[in-house]
Structures are given as structure tokens and as C-alpha cells.
Design a binder for this molecule. Structure first.
Ligand code: NAD
Ligand code: ZN
Ligand code: ZN
Length: 342
């Protein structure tokens, strides 16, 4: 194998990614090398490339945290995976394993956590390093391209829906029917909920109906909160906000039923005002949710392997990455783009 690899690199915030030929990294003790077969493009990659969040990565870095590929080299001492295993390199690149959060199986909030495609190089490259203790095990029968969106978008939605504490038969509202949302609709149905999809794009809403949403609402033009509250008899028991828009957060809280839970997973830069009287008097819970633990990952992948959830993917080559990010920014990606590697 050649010692060089193609990669798409963030060289400066807000600038196009640079396609570069870089040395293939060599796994140190405890690390593995993965040959990328597919990597999904998440809206988070756009936030990363723009430096949108208070904690910024340091350019140059390689984004991508939905990478799936085969293990092609093992650093010293690695026993958790074998050469040839099909694994996923997710957002949660690694955690310390011994803090209070790791010990209580909340490794996603570990203070020492590293993030794939953010604080560590990610999957917009032909090869990447990973921590074998934190990679996703891809079940048999799931292709690399099909698995890719599950390891961020899928697990985030699945965990977020669990965090709504909604019960089978309850209404859940999914705000944003894009990469995350199109999977949230399917997880929601598979988990026994009645599902409302909310978006600002009629094409995405039509697709939401095809994916099983019971009701769809266009959030533009006013009246969406009342319409959803009427249709659900008082609001959704659980709301999952995936939209990268502050307006959606405001609406999502107002769509939450009395004593319901509004789970925030979208990550637009900024803050949104919470109407205190409504939240207090209606006993509403507002809760953040960040990807999912390794156990959530295994469960989320099992839904996909069982055919209950299927990512709707558009395949593109790595060289198309700037075009894909531009379309994502403008809401022009129907569901999820997956970069496929030769
Ligand atoms: P996406 O661009 O594929 O989808 C976003 C969808 O939101 C689009 O369909 C868009 O039309 C819709 N939308 C935009 N404005 C809206 C509004 N006002 N109301 C309703 N819908 C609206 O993005 P994605 O990959 O699904 O990611 C969504 C967000 O989730 C990003 O901010 C991303 O960083 C974040 N994210 C968070 C986590 C987490 O762990 N919490 C994990 C993955 C992604
Ligand atoms: Zn993501
Ligand atoms: Zn920890």
C-alpha cells in the first residue's frame, strides 16, 4: 500500500476544505488504523469547519465522525478488535474510563473525552486512527455506507428519543427532518410512538410522510405551534429538536405537552430564550442530549441491522466535499450524504 492518503482538511475556519495528500498515520500503542470505506457528512462537520462553537478544534484538522471501515493495522497491545473487523469511528473518539461519568456509563460527558473529526482527525480521509475501546462494532448484514449515518445521526436520535421519556403510543415531535430527523422519524415509529415531523421544507416533509410520520407540519408562516397542539390534543409528550435553527428551539418548547420533555440535540451557535412561566406552570422538562453511549450505539445499530431503520443516503466521492457542505448549509441535502471511498 502507498504511504500517502487523500484527505479533506480544514485549514482555516470558514474556508473551503483543502484536498491534500497526507502521510497515512501509524497507530501508536493502544490505537488502530482503519481504512475508510464510507463516511457520512453531518451538519456538525459544517459547525466544525466554521468554528461555530465555544470550544473550537485547532486547524489543520480532518472532519468526519461517521466513518466506517476495516481495521488494517493494530498498535501494540490492542486486543479489543481484530484485523479485518468492520468498525465505525464515531464522534466519541475516546473517554477516560475512570471519572464519575465514565463509571456511571455516561462516557459521552467525560471531561477528558476526545471527539472524532474535531479534537482528533476524522473520516474525511482514506485512513484514520481510532481507539479500539470506543469504535462501533458494525453488525453483519449492514453495509459500510448504510451503517455510516447510524453512528452519529442514528444514535443521537435514538438516545434523544429515549431521553424524552415518552412511552409507546405517546406523541413525539421531531423538529428538523434532515440527516438526524429522517432517522428520528423511523426510530420513533420503531419505538412505538406516534410521530409528528416539523421542518421548513415541504420536500423534506413529504419524505417524512413516506418514512412513516403520522403528521407533518411546516414551521414557516406561523400557526405551527397551535396546529401541532390541536392535532395532538395538547402538544407532544416528547419533542426532539434536531434543527440547526434557534427559532426551532423556541417552537419546540412551545410544542411540548404539559409534563412533557423537550430534548435539545441541534447545535446552532447561540442561545434561545425560555418562556419561564409556561415551562414552570406546565412542568416541562428541557434536556440536552449528546450523541449516545457505546451501549446506545449497539442498540441503535441493531435497529438498522434488523431493517427497522434505514438511512436514506446519497453517495458522493471525497472530492465533492465542499459542494456537499455548501448544500448542507443551504438545506439542500435531502437526508444524508455518505462519502464512499474506493
Ligand atoms: P441537516 O442539515 O441534515 O438537517 C437539518 C434539518 O433542519 C433540515 O431538514 C432543515 O430543513 C431543518 N430546519 C432548518 N430550520 C428549521 C426550523 N426552523 N424548523 C424546523 N426545521 C428546520 O442537519 P443534521 O446533520 O441533521 O444536524 C442537525 C443539528 O444537529 C446540527 O446542529 C448538528 O450539529 C446537530 N447534532 C447534534 C448532535 C448531538 O449529539 N447533540 C449529534 C449530531 C448532530
Ligand atoms: Zn454528527
Ligand atoms: Zn471519563
Amino acid at each position: 500500500m502507498s504511504s500517502k492518503m487523500q484527505a479533506a482538511v480544514v485549514v482555516a475556519f470558514g474556508a473551503p476544505l483543502a484536498l491534500q495528500s497526507l502521510d497515512i498515520p501509524v497507530p501508536a500503542a493502544g490505537q488502530i488504523l482503519i481504512k475508510t470505506e464510507a463516511c457520512g457528512v453531518c451538519h456538525t462537520d459544517l459547525h466544525a469547519a466554521n468554528g461555530d462553537w465555544p470550544v473550537r478544534p485547532t486547524p489543520p484538522f480532518i472532519p468526519g465522525h461517521e466513518a466506517i471501515g476495516r481495521v488494517v493495522a493494530l498498535g501494540a497491545g490492542v486486543t479489543a478488535v481484530k484485523l479485518g473487523d468492520l468498525v465505525g469511528a464515531p464522534w466519541l473518539y475516546s473517554a477516560c474510563g475512570h471519572c464519575e461519568h465514565c463509571l456511571s456509563a455516561w462516557e459521552t460527558v467525560c471531561g477528558e473525552a476526545q471527539f472524532g473529526g474535531y479534537t482528533q482527525n476524522g473520516g474525511f480521509a482514506e485512513f484514520l486512527l481510532a481507539d479500539p475501546d470506543y469504535v462501533a462494532r458494525i453488525p453483519d448484514g449492514l453495509s459500510a455506507a448504510q451503517a455510516a449515518p447510524i453512528i452519529c445521526a442514528g444514535v443521537t436520535c435514538y438516545k434523544g428519543l429515549k431521553e424524552t421519556a415518552a412511552k409507546p403510543g405517546d406523541w413525539v415531535a421531531i423538529s428538523g427532518a434532515g440527516g438526524l430527523g429522517h432517522l428520528a422519524i423511523q426510530y420513533g415509529k420503531a419505538m412505538g410512538f406516534r410521530v409528528c415531523a416539523v421542518d421548513i421544507d415541504d420536500g423534506k416533509l413529504a419524505h417524512a410522510t413516506r418514512l412513516g410520520a403520522d403528521l407533518v407540519f411546516n414551521a414557516q408562516g406561523g400557526g405551527v405551534i397551535e396546529a401541532l397542539r390541536d392535532a395532538t390534543g395538547g402538544g407532544a409528550h416528547g419533542v426532539l429538536i434536531t434543527a440547526p435553527s434557534l427559532e426551532a428551539f423556541h417552537q419546540g418548547v412551545a410544542m411540548t405537552r404539559k409534563r412533557g420533555t423537550c430534548v435539545l440535540v441541534g447545535l446552532p451557535a447561540g442561545e434561545f430564550p425560555v418562556p419561564l412561566f409556561d415551562v414552570v406552570a406546565n412542568c416541562i422538562t428541557i434536556r440536552g442530549s449528546f450523541v449516545g453511549t457505546r451501549q446506545d450505539m449497539a442498540e441503535a445499530l441493531a435497529f438498522a441491522a434488523a431493517g427497522k431503520v434505514k438511512a436514506d443516503i446519497e453517495i458522493q466521492p471525497l472530492s465533492a466535499i465542499n459542494d456537499v457542505l455548501d448544500r448542507l448549509k443551504h438545506g439542500q441535502v435531502p437526508s444524508r450524504v455518505v462519502l464512499e471511498f474506493a
